[in-house]
Design a protein around this ligand. Sequence first.
Ligand code: SAH
Length: 406
Amino acid sequence: MKEKQDKLDRIVLWPKRDFSVRRHHPWIFSGAIANAAPDIAAGETVEVVDVDGETLGYGSFSPTSQFRVRMLSFDPKVVPDARFVEDLVACAIGRRADFFARAETNALRLVNAESDGLPGVVADFYAGWVVCQFTSAGAVFWKPTVVAALMKCVPGCRGVCERADVDVREKEGLPVEPAFAVLAGEEPPALVEIFEGPVKFLVDVRKGHKTGFYLDQRDARAAVGALANGAEVLNCFSYTGGFGLFARACGAKSVTQVDISGEALALAKRNEALGHFCGTEMNYVEADVFQYLRKCRDEGRSFDLVVLDPPKFASAKSQLEQAVRGYKDINLLAMKLLKPNGLLATFSCSGAMTAELFDKVLVGAAQDAKRDFQVVGRTRPGADHPVALSFPEGAYLKGVLLRSVQ
Ligand code: SAH
């Protein structure tokens, strides 16, 4: 161990820039580094020391990223090696044993990057197939080890695939092609069928958003569905139908699914066909939600339940102001479409938008809509998307359930 440690390149932090590492925050920004050995290769493991030479731990080097080092071990005595990374994967899967045992779904996140101790590594499970994203130089460096560990540890694993078409890879200097590759095991079918409680979905693991499905909204879909009995539902930004199909399974009177993507709606219709006929009137609208909400307003339409689950409006703090305007606009319009005592399920997956700021935006929207609301629930991703206490950046997705009180 000692001999190996001596060979590692060293990163020396500026005075006072060691605090966050000591609190086990996994990112070291380029500006925190006082001194780094020259020519450290992408993904190489480095030893991180404070200004006095005390070892704080070990991380993976990303030469082109503002997150220059992502920590893997905060123990000076534990130098990450293949066995260490394999253990991280095995532990992450072990912590999800409940999901496999309860069998309420066969789709879940197995490895949630930084929050499972594996920066830049995401692994999602879809009915036997694992779809990964490797979004940092360190994650790519350890890819073969992670893939082998997944094949070995995931119950019923049929194959491991990769999606490389992730925007953040560019910032890391990593290629975004080929978009899809099978890394081990069998080739998955064109569409993988999964279930979440009573609802079945087809997942396009090759071209679908993220790794194919929004697993992080599982609990929210169930919570919204539970409010939908007998309701006329407007599901904005529906993607492949998630919230709307839960509302249908829970006895909604009608569901209108709105998305700008015809492909997503086509899959939503196929997903509808996987469920039992239950008398819910289903409508599909290919439209820009910003325009469609205005159209509904102009036509004097109203709904019992409106869902707003837009894509990320702000991927950086610099876009926050514009994002706030976007969130306020759709929430204000949706609030005005609610029937008396109607419900609004509204979400933000922009990490730069804090839960407090999102609440403020909603308060502003309610003021302009001239309506009062009660918060009747809040949602967050399920236990397969844990957030490390030392890594608040992991909590990007927030949901608020509002009831109009007039
Ligand atoms: N609620 C979904 C996930 C929504 S993802 C689920 O539970 O699975 C966001 C969706 O918004 C994507 O399908 C994308 O095609 C769509 N979208 C993005 N911009 C849009 C716009 N301006 N109008 C309508 N849909 C939009």
